[in-house]
Design a protein around this ligand. Sequence first.
Ligand code: NI
Length: 170
Amino acid sequence: MAVLPIRKYGDEVLRLPAKPVDEIDASLLKLIGDMVDTMYAAPGVGLAANQVGVSKRLMLIDLSVGKRPQELHVFVNPVIVESEGEITEEEGCLSIPDFVEIVTRPERVKVRYLDRNGSERTMGGEGLMARAMCHEIDHLNGTLFVDHLRGLKKDRILKKISKLVKTGMW
Ligand code: NI
C-alpha cells in the first residue's frame, strides 16, 4: 500500500466526470488500499479516486479517520437515490487545502453503490455523513465545494486560490 499525491484545485482531472467502474479486479482493490492510506495520511474523512488522478467512480468515507475499522466505507459507482432536508455547515476539501466555507447540503441522503466485493448496497447518511457523501459524489462529477458558493464569497476564495496556483505555492 502507498500514500499517493493528492491532486489540487487547478488540476484538470478534478474537473472531468469520472467513468463508471466496470470490474472490481486486483488493480482496483490495490487502488482502494492506496486511497485508504492516502486518506488517513492526509488526514481526511473522504477521498474520491480522481483526487489521486484516477478518473473512476470510486470514493471512500471514514468519519473516524481510521479509528474504528467498521466506519470505513468504500463506494463503487455511487448514486444518490433519495435526498431530503437542508443543513448549512463549514466544509473543506483535501484538494483545496486550508480553505473552509459554509455550504448548504441535504440533511439526509440515501446512496446506492457497490461495495468492494461487488455487492449492491444502499446506505443512508445524516448530517456529516450526508455532507461527505454529497461532497465525494460531487468530486466524481467534476464538481468542487467552491462551485456551490455564490457572489463575493466565491470571487474572494477563487482569487486567493488562483494566486496560489499561479505562484506554484499549491
Ligand atoms: Ni473534496
